[in-house]
Design a protein around this ligand. Sequence first.
Ligand code: AMP
Length: 274
Amino acid sequence: MIIARTIEALQEAKKTLQGSIGFVPTMGALHHGHLSLIRQAREENDHLIVSIFVNPTQFLEGEDLDSYPRREEADTRICELAGVDILFMPSIDQMYEADELCIGAPAVRGYILEGEKRPGHFDGMLQVVMKLLNLSGAANAYFGKKDAQQLALITQMVKNYFMDVNIIPCEIVRDDNGLALSSRNVYLEGDEKNRALCLSRSLKRASKMVMAGELDVEAIKKEMLEVLKEADTVEYVAIVDREFNALEKIEIGNTIILVAAWVGKPRLIDNLWI
Ligand code: AMP
């Protein structure tokens, strides 16, 4: 595995690859969620590039940029074992210059839900993903459904900017208790680990209601909020179609149910595709 810390080193390393490239961008502190993307990319492409970059432009003032978990040694080992060809770990200076040209999230879809609670987050996310996709030269790039709105916006960016890459959505990986894996789960302490399960439980409750024939969005949200009482603060429960338009009735095959809540230190998100 080649470790590239500069753009130049990445370009040099890419010259050694022949065939299709799969790409998995991450912020590191790798867990089995990341690993499932990496495995799928490994299987579906001749070569595999993974990036680890804690992107400052997608963190808002007061968020956890400085304390975000960083585990370079363990991550490097994981990537090596997973058969990664190039691990790209650039510095901030490599990725950004002063007074940059910026792209922005769309005015509606980029500023609801996560975009409303974290204004500017998606601008920074799209900016870095655009850079990373261009640098990787990948045919296929893998993103988790866990970050459903992010996935929708990246898919839209690729479409709107006629970028030559396939965005591949990957299933959410959970622990045995149902908690969606996240690098931020390490912030959970004591009983918060149990209380954090209320997010996935609320989604399970929603799923059961739908299976029993309930399609009314307000009725489902109300039940979910009951289950979410164990969280400290619920930021939103939303039921949208796959394009992130609000729904009044569940549309089987075209619905995403999303939840964001604080449990102790971390802000957690989870969702269910119906
Ligand atoms: P992050 O390092 O949190 O920026 O995540 C990098 C990629 O891994 C993103 O595409 C995430 O959606 C994806 N990811 C994170 N957690 C999970 C999970 N539990 N299941 C599936 N994909 C995930």
